[in-house]
Design a protein around this ligand. Structure first.
Ligand SMILES: [Zn+2]
Length: 51
């Protein structure tokens, strides 16, 4: 207990590590506590797409 479940933001794989073991993408907490999951990561994605 006490382990934080995370989820890969690329392929959706659940993991306990900060990086997805499948695709190597960064993972995000599966159950975000204080912040909206849409806001921080959604912004990053849009900025990344712009280049
Ligand atoms: Zn992944």
């Amino acid at each position: 207990m006490g382990q934080k479940i995370r989820k890969c933001k690329k392929c959706g794989k659940y993991t306990l590590k900060e990086k997805c073991p499948v695709c190597g993408e960064g993972s995000v907490p599966a159950f975000p506590a204080r912040f909206s999951p849409r806001d921080p990561y959604g912004r990053f994605r849009r900025l990344a797409k712009r280049g």
